[in-house]
Design a binder for this molecule. Structure first.
Ligand SMILES: Cc1cc2nc3c(=O)[nH]c(=O)nc-3n(C[C@H](O)[C@H](O)[C@H](O)COP(=O)(O)O)c2cc1C
Length: 382
């Protein structure tokens, strides 16, 4: 295996391309092709752009050659899965698995498709998004729109068979539509998607903390409900590790109760955390519905990661997510206890080269501090 970091010319091209993309995204693409549209329109255009460009192999080759930064210090293994680097796309941007070719060639370590649900789901009424640039944040109120886990998981499996280095994870959630019933119906809804996902992706993430559904969050509101859900999920034979997407806004005793339940089940990792619900001190119109991504998540999610790592050690691998814009913020989450780091909002606000910015910057920080592999830094500050 030859690494970009070990070839000075390739390394210089990679750095120059990344700087160029950063400049172009900030000064041209973002003001004239993204932020000049409503966020809902910009989101749909971005998905279409990915769908068109992935069909042009020379473009994908160029993307990989110029933008994908590889470095042995970034390679890692978590929950038995090997990753070329610890960075992944968090659930929600690629709901229907349409971006994997692009993300693989751009150099993501993994991506999480979905959240997907047992039945196809239209999601909430538009608008789904509001931008809050002053907070580096998006207000998100999608409500789990997706094509259904039958289709999305089949796509993810196919994508996984084609990716060069990227691992595929699928996030499963409970359908958010008129047919939702009682708790048992909700449990069966998750089980249907879990049966479909078994053995077909590198990881599965169970999203119990979507803040934007009509039935709320019964599985984070009551540890007994969570126990019942995972008792049923445990019966589904699956070779890949399971992560659980946790809420951000619980008190520590409440959060710990949920973790104590999960510790008794077939769960290898926790993703910390979902969207920020607390708007305290922020100037946001009352009629804007949804949870906040980006800046308002950064500090709280890192502190939660630190606490979980301190109390649960190796019991759970932690995938840290929430407001990661800089290599230092990713490094903070790793030093607090994250084995993997995910993001979405930084892609929207900073551009697609952000994956390379984060990888290059993290590699530099790790080497500065004398780490041979990123895994050595996990939890060092906890
Ligand atoms: C556009 C968008 C859609 C999202 N949809 C989902 C989703 O379907 N499932 C989920 O678990 N999290 C979803 N999230 C939450 C993200 O996965 C992530 O936890 C959160 O945005 C914090 O990361 P960030 O600050 O890097 O965006 C969504 C976030 C965004 C911005």
């Amino acid at each position: 295996m030859s690494y970009v970091s070990e070839h000075s010319l390739h390394d210089a091209v990679n750095k120059a391309t990344t700087d160029l993309f950063t400049f172009a995204y900030k000064n041209v693409v973002k003001p004239y092709a993204v932020f000049n549209h409503t966020p809902d329109v910009a989101h749909d255009q971005m998905i279409r752009f990915c769908d068109v460009t992935r069909r042009v192999p020379p473009l994908m080759w160029l993307l990989r050659t110029m933008l994908d930064y590889t470095d042995p210090v970034l390679e890692t293994t978590a929950m038995g899965v090997h990753f070329a680097n610890p960075f992944g796309l968090s659930a929600g941007l690629d709901k229907n698995c349409e971006m994997s070719t692009l993300l693989d060639n751009a150099g993501f370590g993994f991506e999480t498709v979905g959240s997907t649900t047992s039945r196809p789901c239209q999601g909430n009424a538009r608008p789904w998004f509001h931008r809050l640039p002053e907070y580096d944040s998006m207000m998100v109120h999608v409500g789990l729109a997706n094509l259904g886990s039958d289709e999305v998981i089949a796509r993810a499996q196919q994508a996984w068979s084609k990716t060069k280095t990227m691992q595929m994870s699928v996030s499963i959630a409970r359908t958010n539509d008129q047919l939702v019933g009682d708790l048992d119906e909700g449990i069966e809804d998750y089980c249907i998607s879990m049966r479909r996902a078994a053995g077909r992706t590198a990881m599965v993430e169970v999203n119990i903390s979507c803040p934007n559904t009509t039935v709320g969050e019964p599985f984070t509101a009551d540890p007994n409900a969570l126990d019942r859900l995972f008792t049923e999920l445990d019966k589904i034979d699956r070779p890949q590790p399971t992560l659980v997407k946790m809420p951000l806004n619980k008190t520590w005793p409440e959060f710990k109760e949920l973790l104590d339940v999960l510790a008794e089940h077939n769960v290898q990792g926790v993703t910390i955390a979902n969207l920020q619900k607390d708007r305290t001190g922020m100037n946001i119109p009352r009629d804007w519905l949804g949870g906040l991504s980006g800046g308002p998540c950064t500090v709280e999610s890192t502190e939660l990661i630190r606490r979980v790592y301190r109390d649960y050690g190796q019991r759970f691998a932690i995938a840290g997510v929430g407001g990661v814009f800089t290599p230092q913020q990713a490094y903070d989450k790793i030093r607090a206890g994250s084995s993997l780091v995910m993001f979405i909002t930084a892609l929207m606000y900073r551009g697609p080269q952000q994956i390379t910015v984060l990888k290059r910057g993290l590699a530099k920080l790790l080497k500065r501090d004398g780490f041979a592999h990123v895994g050595e830094a996990v939890g060092i500050d906890a």
